[in-house]
Design a protein around this ligand. Sequence first.
Ligand code: SAH
Length: 226
Amino acid sequence: MPLRETKDPTLLGVGMTSQRTRDRLVGRLQAAGIADQRVLDTLRREPRHLFLDEALSHRAYEDSSLPIGHGQTLSQPWMVARMTELVVAEGPERVLEVGTGSGYQTLILSRLVPRVFSLERIAALKARAVERLRRLGAHNVTLRLADGGHGWREAAPFDVILLTACASELPEALLDQLGENGVLITPLEDEVGQQWLTRVRRQGQHYEYQRLEPVRFVPLLQGVIR
Ligand code: SAH
């Protein structure tokens, strides 16, 4: 699928400085082990600064997580790149993201996957993400305000489900909504509260867990905030 570029002229006030800092960020991600060229190209192209409040946008191309209000954070670029790499390795048609947040990870996915669904439990964050994704022409994305722990039954099955918030136990509903050979990628807490990026591969009725690397995410919470 061809990568789409932003055509909206109001978004081109990005300037050279921003492009240079973005190139530098991508160089750092590469040095830190991100190898998938399509993922790197997408991060190089897409405007992370538009997913932050203006007061923070000058920090958009640092490799750090940043606050987006409501006690939530925009994930660190390395983490977005790593998770996207794991998603695209599956060659998925349909991906469900749980935890839209700013919508930045959603945008990156939308450039590399034909169909993206994303759930967010905080209405104000969802509303802002809808607006940004619309302006950036991410028309293959559908967002919904919901507790993502229940998944999205009408849109299932999914080839990949990606959680951007950490659960202590995996919601059963999400595992049920994976396709026959689907994969769930999520931060998951161990017995002592350490979070691990974890890949769960479904093989029929069998689920195979693989612990990847230690990570730090905000918690997966229940219910919806309107
Ligand atoms: N990928 C996002 C990460 C945001 S932080 C970004 O980079 O901007 C995680 C998000 O998960 C928060 O917005 C939080 O509100 C949301 N979240 C937490 N529990 C949730 C749940 N049960 N259902 C849906 N969203 C949830």
